[in-house]
Design a protein around this ligand. Structure first.
Ligand code: NAD
Length: 318
C-alpha cells in the first residue's frame, strides 16, 4: 500500500517504521524540520528491548504532495489535527482510507471535512512510544490497536487495516463499538493522565492516595454523563478497574503520563481534547461538569507557569 503518515512524532514513526519494514511504500510527513532532515540523512532509528535498528523510511515536511495515498494515518497531537489534516489533504484521494488512532475528542469531527465517513476509520492504541530526539524513537512494551468504522454501513475496511497492521507486527483487532472504545480511552486519560500531571507523579504513586476511588469516580461520572448525551456508553466500573490495574509497577506503574511529559518539555498538552472537551460538551448538552472544568483550568495554569515552578524546598525550610 501507499501509506502517508500525517504527523510523524513518536507514534507516527513507530507505525510508519513497522509498515515500511513490512514492504509498504511509506512517507513520513512532519512539521519538525530537524526531525525530517535527520530521518532522511541517517534513517529512522528505533530502539526496543531487542536493541536498535535503522530504517531508511523517506520523510517530508508538510504539505503533502498531490499524490493520493491508499491510506493516510493521522498521528499528530489532537491540538494539531486541523492544521495537519489541511497540510495532508493532497494525499487524500477519491479512494484513500483515513485512520486516526489519536487520543482525545474532536479528531473525528475535523477529519470528516476531508474524507467521507465511509472511508474514515478510528480507534485507539496502547502501544507506548517515546520520541528521544530528531529521527530517534523508543518502542515501549506491548500493546494493541483497536479500530473500526464510524458509519452504520458495514465495510471490509476495518478488517483490511487490521490485517495490514498485524502483518507489520502491530497487533490489532476490529472494534465492536468504535466510539465506545475511543470514549473509554478518553475517560481513562481524563482521570489518570491529568491527575498524574497535576500531582507531578508517575502512575504508580497515584495508587498511594486513599481518596483515589472517590475522586476518580466523580470525574468519571461527568465523563459518562456527557458520553451518554452523545449516545455512547462508558462503563464506569470497568474504567475504574482498568485504572487501578495500572498502579502495579509491572503494568505501567513507573510510566509518566503524556500530559506530564508535555508539561515537563514545555509543550502544549491535549487537555482541550480531554477534560476540556468534556467540560465544553457538557455545557452544550446542558449538563454540569465542574470537576472536568477545574482540572482543565489547573492544567492550563501549569502550562502557563511551568518554567517558574519551584521544584525544591527553600534551604531555610529543609
Ligand atoms: P509526539 O509528541 O511524539 O509528536 C507529535 C508532533 O510533535 C510531531 O509532529 C513531532 O514531530 C512534534 N514534536 C515532538 N517533539 C518535538 C520537538 N522537540 N520539537 C518540535 N516538534 C516536536 O506525539 P505522539 O506521542 O506520537 O502522539 C500522537 C498521538 O498519539 C496523540 O494523540 C497521543 O495522545 C497519541 N498516543 C500516543 C502514545 C505514545 O505512547 N506516544 C500512545 C497512544 C496514543
Amino acid at each position: 500500500m501507499k501509506i502517508t503518515i500525517a504527523g510523524s512524532g513518536a507514534m507516527g514513526c513507530r507505525f510508519g517504521g513497522a509498515l515500511f519494514s513490512a514492504g509498504h511504500q511509506v512517507v513520513l510527513l512532519d512539521g519538525w524540520r530537524e526531525h525530517v532532515d535527520a530521518i532522511n540523512a541517517s534513517g529512522l532509528r528505533i530502539d526496543d528491548v531487542d536493541g536498535s535498528q535503522v530504517m531508511r523510511v523517506p520523510a517530508r515536511p508538510f504539505p503533502a504532495p498531490a499524490e493520493p495515498a491508499d491510506l493516510v494515518i493521522v498521528f499528530t497531537k489532537a491540538t494539531a489535527t486541523a492544521a495537519v489534516a489541511a497540510a495532508a489533504a493532497a494525499a487524500i484521494g477519491s479512494s484513500t482510507l483515513v485512520l486516526t488512532l489519536q487520543n482525545g475528542l474532536g479528531n473525528i469531527e475535523v477529519l470528516r471535512s476531508y474524507v467521507p465517513e465511509t472511508r474514515l476509520l478510528a480507534g485507539t492504541t496502547t502501544l507506548g512510544t517515546e520520541l528521544l530526539g530528531p529521527g530517534h524513537i523508543r518502542a515501549l512494551g506491548s500493546g494493541e490497536t483497536v479500530l473500526g468504522a464510524l458509519g452504520p454501513a458495514s465495510s471490509e475496511y476495518p478488517e483490511r487495516l487490521v490485517l495490514t497492521l498485524s502483518a507489520a507486527g502491530l497487533p490489532a483487532r476490529v472494534a465492536d463499538d468504535t466510539l465506545g472504545v475511543i470514549w473509554a480511552k478518553v475517560a481513562f486519560n481524563c482521570v489518570m493522565n491529568t491527575l498524574c500531571a497535576i500531582a507531578s507523579i508517575p502512575v504508580s504513586a497515584l495508587g498511594r492516595y486513599d481518596g483515589f476511588d472517590e475522586l476518580a469516580s466523580s470525574i468519571l461520572a461527568e465523563v459518562a454523563a456527557v458520553a451518554r448525551a452523545e449516545g455512547v456508553y462508558v462503563d464506569k466500573a470497568a474504567a475504574l478497574r482498568l485504572m487501578k490495574a495500572q498502579f502495579d509497577p509491572s503494568a505501567s506503574g513507573s510510566h509518566l503520563a503524556s500530559t506530564l511529559q508535555d508539561l515537563m518539555n514545555g509543550r502544549r498538552t491535549e487537555i482541550a481534547h480531554l477534560n476540556g472537551a468534556i467540560a465544553a460538551r457538557a455545557a452544550e448538552h446542558g449538563l454540569d461538569a465542574p470537576l472536568n472544568a477545574l482540572i482543565t483550568r489547573l492544567i492550563q495554569l501549569l502550562e502557563a507557569t511551568w518554567p517558574e515552578r519551584v521544584n525544591r524546598l527553600h534551604p531555610d525550610t529543609q
